[in-house]
Design a protein around this ligand. Sequence first.
Ligand SMILES: [Mn+2]
Length: 430
Amino acid sequence: MAEQPISADLVEGHNAARAADLKRDYETLGERLDRRGIAIDAIKAKVAAFGVAIPSWGVGTGGTRFARFPGPGEPRDIFDKLADCAVIQQLTRATPTVSLHIPWDKADPRRLQQSAAEYGLGFDAMNSNTFSDAADQEHSYKFGSLSHADAATRRQAVEHNLECIEIGKALGSKALTVWIGDGSNFPGQSNFTRSFERYLASMKDVYAALPADWRLFTEHKMYEPAFYSTVVQDWGTNYLIAQELGPQAYCLVDLGHHAPNVNIEMIVARLIQFGKLGGFHFNDSKYGDDDLDAGAIDPYRLFLVFNELVDAELRGAKDFDPAHMLDQSHNVTDPIESLMVSSAEVQRAYAQALLVDRAALAGHQDTNDALMASQVLKTAFRTDVEPILAMARVEGGGVADPVAAYREAGYRAKVAAERPASAAGGGGIV
Ligand SMILES: [Mn+2]
């Protein structure tokens, strides 16, 4: 493996200064969990084995449709993005893979693979883009892509997805995620049934090109960029798509893509029950598809989602192997810091969900003891599992406190000197 972006000396010094406190905190928590019949080392091993993919676009500064305020040292291309992803993985040991977006990350697959391998990174799901026009494309996606009224435009969108699969095959990816912005802004603008028929026909062509060991993830989103109707608007439509396409098709749940107050953990449970949960885009939201940092607004909801995932994991639910990816837009923070904190938030929710006393919970459910059932969940959620996360990071070669180590290393100032400032102004990310 080539040199890591942060020096080994810094990692060692950082951890040495915190080793005694961490050991004490871990042992104290271990004693408390032991009284609840939980072996802390078993939880730590599961946390250490848990990974969440970084989206390549996440390491750049995001924005809104009003403006974008770039930070210093923004990645100029996919190779800079891989370097930033390597920092996150080196310090957290929680993000072993990167999810690419085509055409934004288009490059020679051999160079991509070589660069990732040098950092010890792998590639997660490929993401296609038919929600904006690339410079050289013949037909515009202004009025849709896979569901477009025009057959040539649909064909172009299908071909783009086939190209994503080809690139992914060369990189060792095993999944394609498809999200489309297709929809309408006026009642009457498009026919709901005919649009969905055209979408399904296009997706059948994409599905037919999937290698046998690949999965296809379709991602629903309630609204935006279309504000009256969206073709793939909710989990019900998403489930119909997965059913229509076949056994390699699964539903992807982006936590920000639902109406406010929707019970997302229940959607997750339903998709698991019928073997169609493909994976997640983790983020948080207050009002809509805000793309805020995972766990920043409602960590309890994130925990409740993981409560369903752990329940499925422990009972060995059929076809249950969800992919995990962060999908956030960082407008006011250093993206590397946000992604490190968010990966820990996802691991934290997982660790807390592993602490739920499932036998007690089932007992309370069967005897209609609503209060105690709720308390079982709260007891797990209130447990500060930070020593477990920190110990897993340190033992895996990472650091006790990723943000502190990252700031200590001065990485942002270093890359700011190497990378010219990028343009400010309009244009957010998705
Ligand atoms: Mn998403």
